[in-house]
Design a protein around this ligand. Structure first.
Ligand SMILES: [Fe+2]
Ligand SMILES: [Fe+2]
Length: 283
């Protein structure tokens, strides 16, 4: 992935190298990016508190953080039944790690919401009360019936999550920009795990868990929901988010990048990639 901190494919970071690629010397500092990097206010200092935000941007951040937190809490509910049913001990441990990571991501999004005072707290209370099936996005209202669903969800839906987070990297709202690096590195582990589950299911079949057919079926079930998650192609919200320096890509740009990245990964496993218009609900 493009956000890998290492110097090249497979190369470990140089000793003492900071994640940004700059060397951290004794007594030195790494300069944080302080200015807005794209949109209509390039070069202006980033927003650091809700009070500084233009009303429209404030509304946009609250809306996006509510959706972000909702997906994190929903996925905990989805993973929960597999905590003690995953096929191997290592898979159970990774499931527990994923649930802990998603809880931390939910907490992080809620901390950002909390800064918005009463308005944020009302959203947090609502988010914490949501049950299975009550979530905003369809992908988070579906159950993991088979282990193949866990593989396809983490490989595909978590990968969309990574695109959503990468779109916020170095964004114009400082607290959000600073939350990204850790969330991204954790999400990367989730989607690598998902790809591995599918790969093993295809190669090893029941010797590991499930069958190649189950892996293929799960991809057909989750792939359209993953593509839907990017939102409408001509979304006014996504256009505004770019203008405010909040998101880097339009919904459609991000969706096309996802398709280009995912297709070779699945094909290499021997899994057929569904056409991009198959079973879609949001285009
Ligand atoms: Fe997450
Ligand atoms: Fe995740």
């Amino acid at each position: 992935m493009a956000n890998s901190p290492s110097a090249g494919p497979g190369a470990p970071p140089a000793p003492g190298a900071a994640p940004s690629g700059k060397n951290l010397r004794e007594g030195g500092t790494i300069e944080p990016v302080r200015e807005i990097l794209w949109g209509s206010s390039v070069g202006v200092r980033k927003y650091e508190t809700p009070d500084e935000l233009p009303a429209e941007l404030r509304k946009l951040i609250v809306k996006l953080m509510v959706v972000q937190a909702d997906t994190e809490f929903a996925s905990i509910q989805q993973h929960r039944p597999w905590l003690d049913h995953a096929p191997t001990l290592e898979d159970r441990w990774i499931e527990a790690r994923i649930v802990a990571d998603e809880a931390r991501h939910g907490l992080q999004a809620c901390r950002i919401l909390k800064d918005f005072g009463e308005e944020g707290q009302v959203w947090i209370d609502e988010l914490l009360a949501k049950k299975e099936g009550q979530h905003k996005l369809d992908a988070f209202n579906m159950t993991f019936d088979l282990w193949a669903d866990v593989g396809a969800f983490t490989c595909l839906v978590d990968r969309v999550g990574v695109y959503q987070l990468r779109a916020f990297q170095e964004c114009s709202y400082g607290p959000l920009a600073r939350a990204m690096p850790l969330m991204l590195s954790e999400e990367q582990l989730h989607l690598n795990f998902g790809a591995n589950v599918l790969r093993r299911m295809v190669r090893e079949g029941p010797k590991y868990a499930g069958t190649p057919e189950e892996a293929q079926k799960a991809v057909r079930r989750w792939y359209p929901r993953a593509l839907d998650m990017f939102g409408h192609s001509n979304s006014e919200t996504s256009r505004k988010a770019i203008e405010y320096g909040l998101k880097r890509w339009t919904n459609e740009e991000a969706r096309q990048r996802f398709i280009a990245e995912t297709s070779p990964i699945l094909e290499k496993m021997g899994i057929e990639v569904p056409p991009s218009d198959f079973d879609r609900r949001i285009t």
